[in-house]
Design a protein around this ligand. Sequence first.
Ligand SMILES: Cc1cc2nc3c(=O)[nH]c(=O)nc-3n(C[C@H](O)[C@H](O)[C@H](O)COP(=O)(O)OP(=O)(O)OC[C@H]3O[C@@H](n4cnc5c(N)ncnc54)[C@H](O)[C@@H]3O)c2cc1C
Length: 423
Amino acid sequence: MGERYEIVIAGAGPAGAQCARDLAARGYDVLVCETEAEDVFPRTSNKSTAGTFPRMTAAYGVPDDVVMNFTDSVVLESPNDYYKATQPGAVLDFGAFKRWLVAEGRDHGASYQFDARVTKPITEGDEVLGVYINGDEEVYADIVIDATGPAAPLAKALDVVNLRRENHAIGIEYEMENIEVAYDGYADLTDAMMLRLDHDVAPGGYAWIFHTGEDTAKVGLCYIQNARHLDYAQEGRTVDGYLEYWLENDPRLVDAVEIEGRQQHRGSAHIQLPGRMSTDSFMAIGDTVPSVDPVWGEGIHKCMESGRAAAIVADHALTGELDTSAETMALYDDLWHERVAPNVKNRMMLAELLYLASNERYDRFMRDLNRLPKETLSKANAGDRLAMMRLLHLEDAPRLFKFAKERLGLGTGSRFGQPGSPT
Ligand SMILES: Cc1cc2nc3c(=O)[nH]c(=O)nc-3n(C[C@H](O)[C@H](O)[C@H](O)COP(=O)(O)OP(=O)(O)OC[C@H]3O[C@@H](n4cnc5c(N)ncnc54)[C@H](O)[C@@H]3O)c2cc1C
């Protein structure tokens, strides 16, 4: 019989480490198992641009020393136009942020085991009793949480999530210097986070420049390798190839070079409606569910919120008479829809419409944003259908039709209506 904890969490990302931090602060005996070695942590999981906003940094007490640059605007760009909005934010050093979360959890009493790859759950009937680490080491717990991001070894084995290949988004990013942040004819990107909608650079996705001070920035792009991507893709060009193409052709980036000693960031996430997220004695959190926002890819805040929601449910289940039944754990699914991603269906619709549009339509989108009341984008972002309608035109009808067809499952490759999905 292996060691026993009240809660065992697989994965020390924003979701798992925040969940452990909350549970340890409430006095629970919690173990986090992280696959990477501590002396290099995080290396392969250091994947995020880590642009975030005060609603996250203030809510979770993120210290200034993990912030690379405080920003004051968000810029949306199309091939020939742009829209700039005032919006305070912060670009974090994702690696430093992850290490800070681990230290915070430990300060509250959480245990961490690095070099500990969680391979599968230990089960008895419907009951989840613990996890296997590195193949044969056993750890037992009243509640088991999968926070491994898209790897999801526990959630997949328990048939709690069904992460689909056609919903798999990939991203790559370099930390660069010698960038022209204020170039004639483009928006001034000083202290800005910029997202570019342009199928030449990121077919079916988007690219970004997040300013990190002086002439430095994080420069990257992402897309889902599905039919949308193939409509615009150049044959044989890889995600690295698209980034190289952008670096060679954008006048702001032609002299840019990677900063020595800073690693390239690569990662992935699934963009799909979540189905079930829990079962007896088990919850799946963060990008295992997945929780990343389908429109702009903001995942850190959402994943931390999902970690917090799981901590609330674990507290409830372990207080008084132990009750880790599927019914009790399902309170987490309710909290996720209420707090982590309200309006997820509308957000998914917005993402579908946005990434189906042409480069010309992106230019028109920028013109509309510059013409409409300032709050239109933030309302549409929050899933407000009226604001979304204001951004639509007659020329969008075929795309809406295509979308409706797919959503109703009449077309091929529908991303909706998967088993257990709340559609
Ligand atoms: C290129 C890119 C850019 C991004 N930019 C932004 C951004 O600017 N702002 C933003 O808010 N979000 C951004 N995101 C999204 C955000 O980074 C993710 O949504 C978030 O990191 C997910 O957190 P998580 O804790 O669910 O999972 P992860 O961050 O994936 O963490 C999972 C952890 O589990 C560990 N692990 C994996 N498998 C196992 C296993 N079997 N056993 C034990 N441990 C395991 C991993 O090593 C890792 O430490 C970006 C993502 C990518 C890929």
